[in-house]
Design a protein around this ligand. Structure first.
Ligand code: SF4
Ligand code: SF4
Length: 339
């Protein structure tokens, strides 16, 4: 394990950004967001970014292919995507776990090369939580906020940043910073972890239990009468899906510029009325069906197809952002017998 005084954190950022693009969470009027480090930015102390770090690997819009039309000839032009190495600094434990959930979708056959290239070029430097919010429930899904995964795992105290490499990529990056950091033992980090564990135990959602859900429970929940009441007020705004680090649905559209057609993909939401619309019409015609789809996917369908792993990481974003105060916790409580 290495450490560096927080006084020198900008030197650390400058050194990392001299080799590859570096993104850090910064405060903005709209809350914390990841921005490219340019020597002038200060790292945010916010618990988490408004939008998750999934944008780095699965951006909101992405050009996939261009068609140049000349008379009756169509030339297919693959966009040249220059994927450069980049470092995302300060990713929280829940969001690091979300990459595993996305990997199982985008890296399964057929592999999504856009996503794969970005994953291969990205280095994740995670940041342990010390002040979790009342909306956090990562522990429900076995995530330890005080011990995130990542290529390098960081713990920040009042005056020091501790860095521990967990992968080969992380070790290479950390070794390259040896002139700025010094070797240390794990005693301060261990003390912080113990303190955070005590705080986590006292969170309002600490006892939330997902065990009623999981693989092969479709028939148990699909026709539950509770969906009616749960979905009644849903506006179908899609906010919950757009802030969610694990939502992965997208649409593919063509856009004509006049002399060429651009085919791009963009995030979509299962909460939208035209989602899954096909030639014959839509398979989910009511908001109840669309609402049920979102939560069944996270709590039952994803685990069914992924060895029991849930499709939620308990980040709490949907709890904080839904305009009608509906969220996955309320669904779990109503359907799963949680208090
Ligand atoms: S469903 Fe809500 S709590 Fe779960 S990962 Fe998505 S935004 Fe976070
Ligand atoms: S659950 Fe809330 S955030 Fe999600 S679509 Fe419905 S109203 Fe919007």
């Amino acid at each position: 394990m290495r450490k560096i005084s927080l006084d020198k954190i900008n030197q650390l950022f400058a050194e990392i950004s001299s080799k590859s693009s570096l993104y850090i969470p910064v405060d903005t009027a709209a809350g914390a967001k990841f921005e490219k480090y340019d020597g002038t930015k200060t790292m945010s102390d916010a618990l988490n970014t408004v939008r998750s770090a999934k944008d780095f690997f699965f951006p909101q819009t992405e050009n996939m292919v261009d068609f140049k039309v000349e008379g009756k000839n169509i030339e297919i032009v693959e966009p040249v995507n220059e994927y450069e190495d980049f470092v995302v600094f300060g990713v929280r434990a829940c969001d690091v776990k979300s990459f595993e959930i996305l990997d199982r979708v985008f890296l399964a056959d057929p592999v999504d090369n856009f996503y794969k290239n970005r994953r291969e070029h990205g280095i994740i430097v995670s940041m342990a939580c010390t002040k979790p919010a009342e909306t956090c429930f990562c522990g429900t899904f076995g995530i330890d906020a005080a011990s995130p995964a990542g290529d390098i795992v960081c713990h920040k105290t009042d005056d020091t940043l501790y860095l521990d490499a967990k992968t080969e990529k992380g070790a290479q990056l950390l070794d390259s910073l040896n002139a700025l950091t010094e070797e240390t033992d794990s005693s301060a980090v261990d003390a912080q972890k113990a303190k955070t564990a005590e705080i986590m135990k006292k969170l309002p959602l600490a006892g939330l239990d997902a065990s009623a859900f999981g693989a092969d429970k479709t028939m148990e929940f699909f026709n539950a009468p509770e969906w009616k009441e749960l979905s009644e007020a849903c506006l179908g705004c899609g906010t919950c899906t757009f802030v969610c680090p694990t939502c992965q649905c997208y649409d593919i559209k063509d856009f004509s510029t006049g002399h060429e057609v651009k085919r791009f993909r963009c995030w979509d939401s299962c909460m939208y009325s035209d989602f899954t619309r096909m030639a014959h019409g839509n398979i989910r015609n009511s908001q109840l069906e669309r609402f049920r789809q979102r939560f069944m996917h996270k709590l039952v369908y994803y685990p069914t197809n992924n060895e029991g792993i849930f499709g939620c990481v308990g980040c709490g974003r949907c709890l904080a952002k839904c305009p009608i105060n509906m969220n996955i916790v309320k669904v779990m409580k109503k359907l799963g017998g949680n208090k």
